[in-house]
Design a protein around this ligand. Structure first.
Ligand code: 4NP
Length: 176
């Protein structure tokens, strides 16, 4: 984990009534809709679902309107996650509508920082990998699009770990 990011995001979201998180990848059909499904499942299982607004978007526009990639839906479903997001492209107003804009890899993060209009926008952008605590050689969420089944499983493992850590920063409902 990146302790600086964890501390900063903790200060941003702990105790907030509503926490609005947007996950961003390239295509918005593999990693970010999976992150959306994973975090939603975690916060709902903690009885904290009403507190979170969770969405995802892509920097690219190739798949707008589509459901997540079939392979990601199959791998997610094996873990009990139904991914029914419809692909959309990230837009400027996302910086108004979300508290946190979470990039899956360095390219996504770079593109988001190019879009940021203000320092306040820029401060909303964080790297998903900063929340990973499991042992891994990855300091980003690798794009599984051109990979096999292991690529999708790896992404889901990394996302489950990172989302559990992100959810914990909000504190539990009972502690508010
Ligand atoms: P994602 O994966 O960014 O995790 O949704 C990709 C999906 C589609 C493409 C690239 C990456 N594409 O080039 O169409």
């Amino acid at each position: 984990m990146n302790q600086n990011t964890v501390d900063r995001v903790g200060r941003m979201i702990a105790g907030k009534d509503k926490i609005r998180v947007l996950f961003v990848c390239l295509g918005n059909i593999c990693r970010s809709p999976a992150a959306e499904g994973v975090l939603r499942s975690i916060v709902e299982s903690r009885g904290d679902g009403d507190r979170w607004v969770i969405d995802s978007a892509g920097t690219g526009r190739w798949h707008i309107g589509q459901l997540p990639d079939k392979r990601m839906r199959v791998h997610a479903l094996r873990r009990g996650l139904v991914l029914d997001h419809h692909c959309r492209q990230v837009c400027m107003s996302d910086f108004d509508d979300f508290d946190l804009v979470v990039a899956m890899d360095g390219e996504n993060e770079y593109n988001l920082r190019q879009m940021a209009r203000t320092i306040a926008d820029d401060e909303k952008i964080v790297a998903m990998a900063d929340f990973i605590s499991m042992a891994t050689r990855y300091d980003y969420i690798p794009d599984p699009y051109y990979e096999g089944a292991e690529g999708f499983e790896l992404v889901l493992d990394l996302l489950e770990n990172a989302c559990a850590n992100l959810a914990s920063l909000a504190g539990s409902q009972s502690s508010r």
